[in-house]
Each structure stands twice: as structure tokens, then as C-alpha cells.
Design a protein around this ligand. Structure first.
Ligand SMILES: Nc1ncnc2c1ncn2[C@@H]1O[C@H](COP(=O)(O)OP(=O)(O)OP(=O)(O)O)[C@@H](O)[C@H]1O
Ligand SMILES: C[C@@](O)(CCO)CC(=O)[O-]
Length: 911
């Protein structure tokens, strides 16, 4: 049964430009040479043009009567069709407007009552068209497992079977059909039946089914033949004149032939087919081997255990550049797809750029889910379509996506990344699944984020100036507790103990434009959604609840965007040790807590699993992740970035026009120089950590004068519009101040005394600029005067948005404790609230759902999933109320003890 044909050598007997030699006969050109040499000896160009001209003409004046109307024939298309026939070893080629148009033309050969036997793992579009002709054309369609030729036999009827439709390898499971064996079986049992092969996955370079008994072959030329995703086209090849005539008649009748411009582009694309394919499939082999070695079920004919590999090797000359793999969990796969950067999320394949997709959600979504399940198409399947990028970059990007999604994790013992299997009973993985995947909305998540001081650059940072900022030791905390009553509630303990709940179904879901997998929130807020929230769930909140309403709007906005379509039912409680609305970034720390909680509940982020403990606690050579698990920096930067993006979205809802500095500090912690992207003054946008800031001592004084950042920022914006020269010169000066401060902080030559003196001078200077911008307040000037007066002589500036709120005073190292006490007393006397703070601490934190590792006892690393939140709440009586223990205890906490209480709950994992 095995054909004697060598798949690597195309057979063709069409005229080709093979040079004649009187001295010795030449071998036929090989494939890539055929691709590159577009020449039809029967259709020589009158000027000898190197590239086939585009005959952009609908009509022809009948010269030679070859062409009259481009629907029926066009010289550019003739060149293309000759070329396609040549590289496909075919007598005839026809080109139409898409791959589906090609199938449509082929299916029109059928008559009502005819029967088709088709594969059961077909492209969704093929399936859709077959369903259509079944219901509208009276054609009977049998879907069978074509990977087993024997399963085709019972369906072959000597007269009724009119067509067999095969794909090999199939898309997306890469199943192999023995085209040669099935063609032979069909010809023996139903001689009139036509064997049709969709060859798109292979292209004529790797597989030429006409050589194996097929009657008609079609390709979506949108894929490999053109190679650049810049056109749609379909090609049909065959050897039989009668079939060609019938299909040419259809094309002429319905008018779906390929347009001249697209013919030109396709012709150009085919020249590099072999070159592209060689690179793409070499990289595919590397990617498939990488995934396979991690333990993911991977589908690629180049893998040693791929079913049907020998058949494929016999029929085809390569394995192509599409592969797929399973993670074991649909949401996990969605996160992998969403986390990829270089791999573009897109349907289709065959392009020079690499693509990633989930067939069940994208290309095969048109197949009924039950049918998908019946046909064994895993919902978690990820398809990779490999392009020509550098394989190292592609694998690196994929690895990052797998790590970010939690599909692989570093194993300290093996010193390598290993797959996290969501569905095994392994104790560790079961806990991870419970926490991060399966029931994330059924557990409590406790999170926190710090406030900040801006030492230099507030307001100016909105307009592109670099700000110097650091986290403070005051934080906002957020707790989600599951509800099972279809309701969503928020409790803002710091804002008049505000509590509100909504029926989830009553929320304005219709106004939500869901983000596609991996799509990021746009730079601008969705005003339709904001209006719908204000007119719906928040309509009954008046001006007196302005602050809570703003926070609820930010929360609901993210909930609706992130919970579509999960619609989890839970309560979110927020409370802070930070003064709300005092310029210390309370809104950003609230936004960060809300964003983190919502991402966790919606499984859009998950914690990496805890690594296996190494043998000794003092193992200084333990890798980073292991050390992280000992307490602190455990949350990967990519997860932090994701949180930061959503915290910025919430800040936009609360603020109008935030620069992003506050949420960046709330998420990343430490001290940093932050420049807003897309604005010019601070050079290119981004953030850089600043060393040396942490050692500084600051006094924060809350004027207790309420103010609204949104209004203050808008006020500066207005001033900039009205007095651009004044504001621009202030912005330039503040930029120099920030730069000077960074230089001073990084200068090893500068003595401590000199550094503090330099910073003090810059503080005064920056404050004066803020006065000119109109954002100071008499209370702030009083605080400045009090701290500057003898005997203190300290430098103070407003921090944050100003207009009241807080002032920050730099306290030199040698400043006497007694002087500090008396200064604080003096400020308190004036009804201000002074507070000594340390800066540069941790950013966003999540209370670890893992038990502290009992090193040396691997089995003790994971708590039973039902104990992931602390079993005992220090200092709080066990609750009788229906609220969870933790929520009750949290809501009872007040003021300064909150931080201590939260710390004592367990291990916090930080960015
Ligand atoms: N703990 C909290 N609970 C609920 N909402 C909060 C909380 N903290 C802040 N917010 C929201 O943020 C708003 C305060 O934001 P605003 O930007 O005016 O102050 P800030 O962030 O402290 O100041 P700055 O932006 O100058 O640092 C509040 O009105 C409320 O809507
Ligand atoms: C006033 C401002 O510069 C800081 C608020 O803390 C606003 C911002 O940067 O978003």
C-alpha cells in the first residue's frame, strides 16, 4: 500500500524554465528553485519584466480573445495559477478569494442526496459550511475518525458516497490521516467518489496529496502560501480536466476568483515558501520538544510518540509549523495565552509572525461545545503557530507566559522549571489548584498595599516630569470573603463604615465590553460602563457619600470588566492605617488592594506554588524562589505588573488624570524615580529603583484639611492651558530638582551631611514651585513655618496633591529626640497630626495561603485547602455571627493595631 513516491521531490510536467544544455541533461529543479522562479514559457511578458505585472483591469478589449472580463480570467491570475500548479505537481490550479471560498467551490460539485465522509477534527469554518450544506443542500455528512482508515470503510457507499473530505495533519490536534490508504479504499469501493484534501497545514512544499490519490486539493493560501497575513486567498489544484471545468464554471458563475492585486501578492509570497517553512518547522520542533519535556501533552508530528508519525513521514516531507498542547485547565490556558507577548493572540496560522490561540474559544468556537467534547477537542488546548522569529526569543516568551500563568514553577530540588499539574492529586498541586485555580472565588484573600510620599515632583509628574517617591509604613488592607447568595458587597470601614450590596444579576452587564483573552484594558476608561454603573448600582448614592461612591465605582468598574462571565459572589472589605484623602496615596493603595483581590478571585493572577523545601534552613545557595518563600519577595514582577495596570485603571476612575506614580509605589514598594510614559519632560517613561532613600528619616504631618486630588490635578491642568509658559518653566525646574536629588542620593562622594543639606534645599525649592502652581494651603504653610522655626530649622514641603493633606519634613540624622518630641507637640498643639515614618518598605502583599515551610519535612509544606486562611485570629473572640472569622476580626480592628494584627496572621508574600 505504501506509495513509491518520494515526498521530497515534486512531480510536475508543466512547462518550467529549466535551462536546456546541449552538453548534459539537467536534473529537474528542486522545490525552492521552483518557488522562486515564476515564469510561464507560454505567457512571456512583452517587456521581460522580472515581476509579473498586476493587470488591474476589469475588462479586456478582446485581443486574441484570451481575456475579456476579470471575473472569468485575468493575466496576473493565469500566472499565479500556472505557478501554483507547478509547485503542487498539478495539471490545474484555480485561485479564489479565500480558503473557505475554495471549499465552497468544491462542495458545489455535490447534488442533494450525495453523501460526504469528513473527518471529526476539522477546522471550525469547514465544519460550519458542512453543517450549512447539510441543512440547505440536502447533502448527508458523516463525521468519522479519519485517523483510522478502517473507520471510514463502513460509511463508503458505492453510489451515494460522492466525496471524502480529509485534513492531514488535522487542525488543531495534528491527527494524521493516511491519505494514500483512504484514497485507495475509496476508489476501490466508490469509484466515482472524489477525494478532497485540505492541505493548508502542510502547503505543497511539505505534502502534495494529488501524488497520493487525491482528486482535489485545496489550501487556504492566506496561510503558508502567502505567508504574511496580508491577504485572503484560496487555491484549488487537481489533475482531472472535468473537475477543473466544473469548478472553473462555478468560479466564473459566482464571481469569487482572486482579484489581480491579491494574485500579485500571493505570487510574491510563494517565492519564499520553502525558505519560510524550513525556518518555521525547525523552530516548531524546538518548541514542541520544549513543551513535551516539561510534561505537557503536546501534539506535533515531529515528536517521537506522535500517533501516525510513520504514516505522516511516508506522505509528507516535514512536520509543519502548527502544534498544540494541553495545560489541564481551561482558565490556566487562558492565562498562558494572555501572558504571552511575542506570540500574538490571533486566529489563523502560516504567517511569518508566531501566534498563540485557544481553538475552543477562537477558531473552533463555531462548533457546539458538546460536539467539541464528543470529538475529543480539549477545551484547554493551546495552539501555537510558529513564525520566523528567533527560536530563543519564542521559547523565552513562552516560558515567561507559562511561569506567569502558573503552568510551570521552579523546583528548587531539581533546580529547573517543572509543570504544575492542575488535575493530579499530588498534595502540593491540589492546594495550588484550590488556591489559585479551581476555587479561587470560594476562598478568602487578604491583601495589602502601602501608601507613599512623594519627595519631589508631584503634579509635575502628571505632565511628564520625573517624580521621586517611596512607600510609607502605612497601608490599606483588603479582604474578600465568599458569599453564596448571588450578591456582591463592599464595606469601606474608613469611609463612614460604608456598606452596600448588589444582586449580581442586577449589575449592568450589558454595558460591559469584555476583554478578549490577553487583551489589556485600553488607555481610556469605558465611559459607557461608567455611566451605566452610576445610573444603575450607584444611582441611590448622593453627594454625602461622594467618597464611598467613587471607591465603589472604581471597584464595580473592575469587577464588571474582570468578572465577565464568572460573576463571583463575595464581599470586599477595605480598611487602612493610612489617612484617607490626605495626599499619602490612599486611593492608590485602595486601588491596588481592590485590583489584587479581584484578579485573585477571578483567577487572572495566581501565586506560584511554594517550592519544595531544601534540606537545611540555612542553605545559602538555595535559589531565589526558595529564599522568597521564607517570607518576602515571592510575587513575580509580571504578576505585579498586571496588578499595577488594573490599579492604574482604578486610579483613573478615582482621579481623572493620574500619573501612575502612586499605584506604582503601592504595587512595587521601595523608593523609585517614576516618569509617566508618553510624556516628554522626563525622557522615556518608566521607573527605576532609588537606593539610599530608605535611610532617610521623615516626619509626616497631616493638616487634616480635606482635599480632592482629582480637583487639584485638574486645577494644575487648567493653569497649564491658560499659562503654558509659566507652567512649562516650573515643570522644567522640578525636573532638574528630581534629577539633582537622584544624583545626590547616588553620589558616593557626598557626605551624609552634604546629602541632607542638598535634599533640604531641594525640598524648599520644590515646595515654592508647588505654591506657584496653586496647590498649597494656609495649613501647610503653617506646618512649614513651625518646622522651619528655631530651634528646629527643618525643611518641609507638601506631599501628594496638596490643597491640605500632608506635609513631609526631612529629619537630619543628628536631630535630637527631645527636639523632635517638642516639634511634634507643637504641631499637635496646632491641631495637626504628626507622625514619624520610615520609607521604602514592601509593596503589595498577599497573605500566604501556604503554611510556613517545616524544613526537612516535605509533607508539611501544604495546609489542607480548607485551612488556607488563619485558623486563629489573635486577640479576637471567636465569632458567633455568620460572617467568617477573619472578616469579623478584620472589621473589628481599628487604627494602629491593624498592621500588627495583620502581620501576626501568617506569612505575607510581597512583590
Ligand atoms: N481605605 C479606603 N477605603 C475606600 N476608599 C478609599 C480608601 N482610601 C482611599 N479611598 C478612595 O480614594 C479617595 C481619596 O483619593 P485622593 O486621591 O483624593 O487621596 P489620596 O490618594 O490619599 O491623595 P494623593 O492622591 O494626593 O496621594 C477616597 O475619597 C476614596 O474614594
Ligand atoms: C498630584 C499627583 O502628582 C500625586 C498624587 O499623589 C497626582 C499623580 O501623580 O497622579
Amino acid at each position: 500500500m505504501a506509495p513509491t513516491i518520494d515526498p521530497k521531490v515534486p512531480r510536475h510536467d508543466l512547462p518550467t524554465p529549466e535551462p536546456e544544455s546541449p552538453l548534459r541533461s539537467r536534473k529537474p529543479y528542486r522545490f525552492s528553485t521552483l518557488c522562486a522562479t515564476v515564469e510561464n514559457p507560454d505567457q512571456k511578458d512583452q517587456y521581460g519584466s522580472s515581476s509579473v505585472p498586476i493587470y488591474q483591469s476589469a475588462t479586456f478589449k478582446g485581443v486574441g480573445n484570451v481575456y475579456d472580463y476579470s471575473r472569468s480570467g485575468n493575466p496576473t491570475r493565469s500566472h499565479l495559477e500556472h505557478h501554483i500548479a507547478k509547485i503542487s505537481s498539478a495539471e490545474h490550479a484555480l485561485t479564489v478569494s479565500s480558503g473557505m471560498a475554495a471549499l465552497d467551490v468544491i462542495l458545489r460539485i455535490l447534488k442533494p442526496g450525495d453523501e460526504i465522509i469528513a473527518g471529526d477534527d476539522l477546522y471550525g469554518g469547514t465544519n460550519r459550511l458542512l453543517t450549512y450544506i447539510r441543512s440547505h443542500g440536502g447533502v448527508v455528512v458523516h463525521h468519522v475518525d479519519t485517523t483510522n482508515p478502517a473507520s471510514v470503510l463502513p460509511f463508503i457507499h458505492p453510489t451515494k458516497t460522492a466525496m471524502i473530505l480529509l485534513e492531514s495533519p488535522t487542525n488543531p490536534l495534528l491527527k494524521i490521516a493516511d491519505i494514500a490508504a483512504i484514497s485507495k479504499d475509496v476508489k476501490e469501493r466508490a469509484p466515482d467518489a472524489i477525494v478532497v484534501v485540505d492541505n493548508t497545514m502542510m502547503s505543497p512544499y511539505l505534502q502534495r496529496p494529488l501524488e497520493h490519490g487525491a482528486d482535489i486539493v485545496y489550501d487556504s493560501a492566506t496561510k503558508y502560501l502567502s505567508g504574511h497575513h496580508d491577504l485572503m486567498a484560496g487555491v484549488i489544484t487537481c489533475n482531472r480536466d472535468d473537475l477543473k471545468k466544473a469548478m472553473a464554471f462555478t468560479i466564473n458563475s459566482i464571481g469569487n476568483a482572486l482579484a489581480p492585486n491579491d494574485c500579485f501578492l500571493l505570487l510574491r509570497g510563494t517565492k519564499t515558501l520553502a525558505l519560510r517553512m524550513d525556518r518555521q518547522q525547525a523552530t516548531s520542533q524546538l518548541v514542541a520538544t520544549y513543551l513535551h519535556s516539561l510534561g505537557f501533552p503536546t501534539h506535533y508530528p515531529g515528536l517521537p510518540d506522535h500517533p501516525g508519525r510513520e504514516i505522516h513521514e511516508r506522505i509528507a516531507a516535514g512536520n509543519g509549523a502548527v502544534l498544540s498542547f494541553e495545560t489541564g485547565d481551561k482558565e490556566l490556558s487562558e492565562r498562558v495565552v494572555g501572558a504571552a507577548r511575542l506570540w500574538g493572540i490571533s486566529v489563523s496560522f502560516g504567517c511569518v509572525n508566531s501566534l498563540i490561540s485557544m481553538p475552543c474559544v477562537m477558531s473552533h468556537a463555531s462548533i457546539d461545545p458538546k460536539l467539541r467534547a464528543a470529538r475529543g477537542l480539549p477545551e484547554d488546548l493551546i495552539r501555537l503557530c510558529v513564525g520566523i522569529e528567533d527560536p530563543v526569543d519564542l521559547i523565552d516568551d513562552l516560558e515567561h507566559a507559562l511561569i506567569d500563568a502558573g503552568a510551570i514553577a521552579f523546583d528548587a530540588q531539581q533546580n529547573k522549571y517543572i509543570r504544575v499539574v492542575p488535575s493530579t492529586n499530588d498534595e502540593l498541586n491540589a492546594a495550588v489548584q484550590k488556591l489559585g485555580l479551581a476555587e479561587a472565588d470560594q476562598q478568602e484573600w487578604f491583601v495589602s498595599a502601602p501608601g507613599k510620599i512623594i519627595l519631589f515632583g508631584e503634579h509635575a509628574v502628571v505632565h511628564g516630569v520625573t517624580a521621586v517617591a517611596a512607600s510609607v509604613d502605612l497601608r490599606c488592607y483588603g479582604l474578600t470573603t465568599p458569599r453564596n447568595d448571588g450578591k456582591l458587597s463592599v464595606h469601606f470601614a474608613d469611609i463612614d463604615n460604608f456598606y452596600h450590596e448588589w444582586d449580581i444579576e442586577s449589575l449592568p452587564w450589558d454595558a460591559v465590553t469584555p476583554l478578549a483573552a490577553g487583551e489589556e484594558h485600553s488607555d481610556v476608561l469605558d465611559q459607557v460602563l461608567i455611566d451605566a454603573i452610576c445610573a444603575g448600582p450607584l444611582a441611590d448614592l448622593g453627594e454625602d457619600a461622594k467618597s464611598a461612591k467613587a471607591a465603589a465605582l472604581a471597584f464595580l468598574y473592575m469587577y464588571l470588566m474582570l468578572s465577565h462571565p464568572r460573576r463571583s459572589s463575595f464581599n470586599f472589605t477595605a480598611r487602612a492605617t493610612l489617612p484617607v484623602g490626605a495626599g499619602l496615596g490612599s486611593s492608590a493603595s485602595f486601588s491596588t488592594c481592590a485590583a489584587t483581590s479581584l484578579l485573585l478571585v477571578n483567577r487572572a493572577i495566581m501565586l506560584p506554588p511554594p517550592p519544595q523545601p531544601t534540606s537545611a534552613p540555612a542553605d545559602s545557595s538555595a535559589p531565589h524562589v526558595h529564599v522568597s518563600h521564607q517570607g518576602r519577595r515571592f510575587i513575580p514582577p509580571t504578576t505585579a505588573e498586571q496588578v499595577n495596570k488594573w490599579a492604574f485603571v482604578a486610579e483613573k476612575v478615582l482621579h481623572g488624570n493620574p500619573s501612575g506614580v502612586d499605584n506604582s509605589v503601592a504595587v512595587f514598594g521601595g523608593a523609585l524615580a517614576y516618569t509617566r510614559a508618553g510624556f516628554s519632560l522626563g525622557g522615556k517613561g518608566g521607573m527605576e529603583p532609588i537606593q539610599g532613600f530608605k535611610s532617610l528619616k521623615f516626619l509626616l504631618t497631616n493638616s487634616t484639611v480635606p482635599r480632592d486630588t482629582k480637583k487639584l490635578v485638574a486645577g494644575v491642568g487648567l493653569l497649564k492651558t491658560n499659562e503654558p509658559e509659566l507652567v512649562d518653566s516650573i515643570l522644567k525646574s522640578i525636573q532638574s530638582i528630581s534629577e539633582e536629588a537622584r544624583r545626590a542620593l547616588a553620589d558616593p562622594e557626598l557626605s551624609r551631611v552634604e546629602l541632607l543639606a542638598a535634599l533640604s534645599a531641594l525640598i524648599n525649592e520644590n515646595h515654592q514651585h508647588l505654591v506657584t502652581l496653586g496647590v498649597s494651603h494656609p495649613s501647610l504653610e503653617t506646618i512649614r513655618a513651625t518646622t522651619a522655626a528655631a530651634p528646629y530649622g527643618l525643611s518641609t514641603k507638601l506631599t501628594g496633591a496638596g490643597g491640605g493633606g500632608c506635609a513631609v519634613t526631612l529629619v537630619p540624622d543628628d536631630f535630637q529626640d527631645s527636639a523632635l518630641d517638642s516639634l511634634m507637640a507643637a504641631l499637635t498643639q496646632e491641631k495637626f497630626v504628626p507622625y514619624l515614618t520610615s520609607v521604602g518598605g514592601s509593596g503589595m502583599g498577599i497573605l500566604s495561603p501556604y503554611t510556613p515551610p517545616n524544613l526537612g519535612h516535605a509533607s508539611a509544606t501544604v495546609v489542607p485547602p480548607d485551612q488556607v486562611t488563619p485558623p486563629q485570629t489573635p486577640g479576637v473572640e471567636p465569632a458567633d455571627e455568620p460572617l467568617g472569622d477573619l472578616r469579623l476580626a478584620f472589621e473589628k480592628q481599628g487604627g494602629p493595631q491593624l498592621a500588627q494584627w495583620a502581620d501576626a496572621l501568617g506569612r505575607w508574600l510581597y512583590v
